[in-house]
Ligand binder design. Structure first.
Ligand code: ADP
Ligand code: AMP
Length: 220
């Protein structure tokens, strides 16, 4: 299964990607996670990405595309992957098509997670992340067993720099202007499946699985 999750920041892409990747036994490839790991590791890539991320802007395509090309060529992604946060504009989607064509393959499905903006702001304002395993929580909707600590390894959870209200509003604008056109792009490619991303996490997962299965059946 080669799948992409599309939706505004806070739609629950990372949350769903983690669950689905485990169930489907394929890697979750999150460009945001890779960038954040590079920023905290102080790498050249991290230095290039940081200022854009802090503002809530997209990291330039040449940096992002090269990183994704390398990642998808790794052996664990050969049989499939779940992309979270990439592509984020039409030129990235065109590059992805070329990267996959060079590997003699193509996407199976693009899953759009739909949720309204006020809910997104509520979700992002309460988001907390684990610096060790990347697991994402919400202080209210998906709280860890012990407040402020990851259920997996007990690490101290942190709030992302870009999850402040002002940056959230800017990221939503970037989504509307640059990323939302992917819905039309992938509809044209016959790959889009849209689900509602509101309601409990498990219900969204069930909808996602049903939409992926339906897409597989109709492609068979
Ligand atoms: P994205 O990767 O799309 O930016 P995340 O998966 O990081 O979104 O989720 C954003 C926030 O919303 C997190 O705090 C997460 O715990 C919470 N969240 C995810 N799915 C749901 C849901 N179905 N209902 C309520 N909160 C959710
Ligand atoms: P995310 O974790 O998906 O919310 O992404 C966090 C930030 O990383 C974004 O606001 C961008 O600055 C950067 N980023 C992640 N994915 C991409 C991408 N595909 N293209 C450009 N920038 C990206």
């Amino acid at each position: 299964m080669r799948a992409v999750l599309v939706g505004p920041p806070g739609a629950g892409k990372g949350t769903q990607a983690q669950i689905l990747a485990e169930e489907l036994s394929i890697p979750k490839v999150s460009t945001g996670d890779i960038f954040r790991a590079n920023v905290s590791g102080g790498t050249e890539l991290g230095k290039k990405a940081k200022e854009f991320m802090d503002r809530g802007d997209l990291v330039p395509d040449e940096v992002t595309n090269a990183m994704v090309k390398d990642r998808l060529a790794q052996s664990d992604a050969v049989e499939g992957f779940l992309l979270d946060g990439f592509p984020r504009n039409v030129p990235q989607a065109e590059t992805l098509r070329t990267i996959l064509a060079d590997l003699d393959t193509s996407l199976d499905v693009v899953l759009e997670l739909k949720v309204d903006e006020e809910e997104v702001v509520r979700r992002l304002s309460g988001r907390r992340s684990c610096p060790e395993c990347g697991r994402v929580y919400h202080v209210e909707y998906d709280a860890p067993k012990e407040p402020g600590k990851c259920d997996n390894e007990g690490a101290e959870l942190y709030q992302r720099e870009d999850d402040r209200e002002e940056t959230i509003r800017h990221r939503l604008e970037v989504y509307r202007e640059q990323t939302a056109p992917l819905v039309e792009f992938y509809t044209g490619e016959g790959l889009l499946a849209t689900i509602s991303a509101t309601g409990p996490v498990a219900e969204v997962t069930a909808r996602a699985k049903a939409a992926i299965d339906e897409k597989k059946r109709s492609a068979a």
